[in-house]
Design a protein around this ligand. Structure first.
Ligand SMILES: [Fe+2]
Length: 183
């Protein structure tokens, strides 16, 4: 039960951000408004589950911590089993709709802050050990974020060079055509 509540707390916030950013990249005011409306609903879902989970931390801190550590160590977005998910996830990440940096800074960290995970003093034994592991996980995610950002900027530079190259070729071809037409 706590596993599910913890999972959906993160998943609903991830969905909210995903829909909001999808609206922005649509370049269509109606689509943007539509996605903003859906994303506002997702936010309400998130608040509900996040508050239920917060109460669970008060009732059974160590058990809820075990769920939190399990969920964050194994987090997958819904749809990850869909064929071609990896390829689509790359397009989504490069487009800035959802990536590991957004996941860490806009989903994981704000929820952990709201639950005061690193401030609470009621984790004991295994619960305290799992909280320390979560701290290590955040550090690991920071490293992955840096790696992702480096490879994304390398990819975008390659794309920009390719675009420049194609543009130069187009200009040369156009100049050739213009030259021909002037004759
Ligand atoms: Fe939802």
């Amino acid at each position: 039960m706590t596993d599910s509540v913890i999972y959906v707390s993160f998943q609903e916030l991830a969905t909210r951000i995903f829909h909001r950013n999808t609206g922005k990249v649509c370049n269509d005011p109606i689509a943007d408004q539509l996605m903003a409306r859906i994303s506002a609903d997702e936010n309400l879902h998130m608040i509900f589950y996040r508050d239920v989970a917060e109460a669970a931390f008060d009732v059974a801190p160590n058990q809820t911590m075990a769920s939190l550590q399990l969920i964050l160590r194994n987090f997958r977005m819904p749809g990850f089993a869909v064929p071609g998910f990896r390829r689509k996830a790359v397009i989504i990440a490069v487009g800035g709709v959802y990536d590991i940096r957004i996941h860490l800074d806009e989903v994981v960290k704000p929820i952990l802050k709201k639950w005061r995970i690193f401030e609470r003093e009621d984790f004991t034994g295994e619960g305290a050990r799992l909280r320390d592991d979560l701290g290590a996980l955040i550090d690991e995610l920071e490293i992955e974020c840096d790696k992702f950002e480096q490879s994304k900027s390398r990819y975008l530079e390659r794309q920009a060079r390719r675009t420049d190259h194609n543009l130069a070729r187009k200009v040369l071809t156009t100049e050739g055509t213009l030259g021909m037409s002037r004759r």
